[in-house]
Design a protein around this ligand. Sequence first.
Ligand code: GLA
Length: 347
Amino acid sequence: MKTWISLGGVVWFIAAAAFLTGCSQEGSPTAPAANNDGPSSAQPPARVRIGFLVKQPEEPWFQQEWKFARKAAAQYGFDLVEIGATDGEKVLTAIDNLAAQNAQGFVICTPDVRLGPAIMAKANANTMKVFSVDDQFVGADGAFMDVPYMGISARDIGEQVGRTLADEFTRRAWPLEETAAAGITFDELDTARERTQGAIAALTGAGFPADRIFTAPMKTTDTEGSFNAAGTVLTQHPEIKRWLVFSMNDEGVMGAVRAMEGRGFNADTIVGVGIGGSTCRVEFEKTTPSGFYATCLISPLRHGFETSEMLYKWIHDGVEPPKDTRTKGIIITRENFEEVMREQGLM
Ligand code: GLA
């Protein structure tokens, strides 16, 4: 009898403990997703957890993407794991860590588009869904991979930059013989090449001579990489008195503008037009204008919020996202940036 009672007590204790453990997992917002084995598969779906991996966590664009992804996480009630993955090894380790945390998928701007096949192999091995953002995966055959992607309309945005430069060149009535354009390029990356080639096409289309457009490749796609690339152009062309500047993003223009300022150029002799809207904001907020004249504002809200939203709905509701989404840009200057950013939900 005594044995039976104590055994009964143990059974009750185990049952109560199991019940309480189950309750605490359901109730905790950060509890790992329960596995779907056995009877628990009849339970409501486990809480969704997704990763958001970016190639350059220090760049304001990517911080803004994270910010808007957090907004989606709060609105839909999923867990978001933000990871800065600056090289291939970090990306692959991050995917393993996400799998260990029961994440069901991730959004990624990869540090190298040729990592696409390795990323997909690891994700598939862990049954994780993948949404690529900004930089599109390239397969072993050199073609873009069939993975959901959201990127900017790179060619169109580049053309807007080129037209803005051409218009400003005309408006200022700069003598052509004193003027040249500096294009800071990163042709390894398709979205970057399309942007700068679009700018060149629009400039030449507006009558600016192709032989007065000097391009210089960046080793790294940040302000320092651009500063160094622009230094080479400036050294090669000491005869140029006025510069038009374009690149793949705000950082690419910012570095070149800083290099030019270091050699005595200023807002009267530089017209820089970026692509982004985050990094250049400080330039527009300065009381005295700098050579950073304008940017083509793109949307970290769409790239951060909508990518995570689509991935969440894919995991939670089985709604497959569109394969290819391209977002638009709007030219802004120090005159209208606050108004346009407010309209776009970015202030
Ligand atoms: C690339 C660039 C970023 C940003 C995004 C926009 O990833 O490196 O600076 O311009 O594209 O899609």
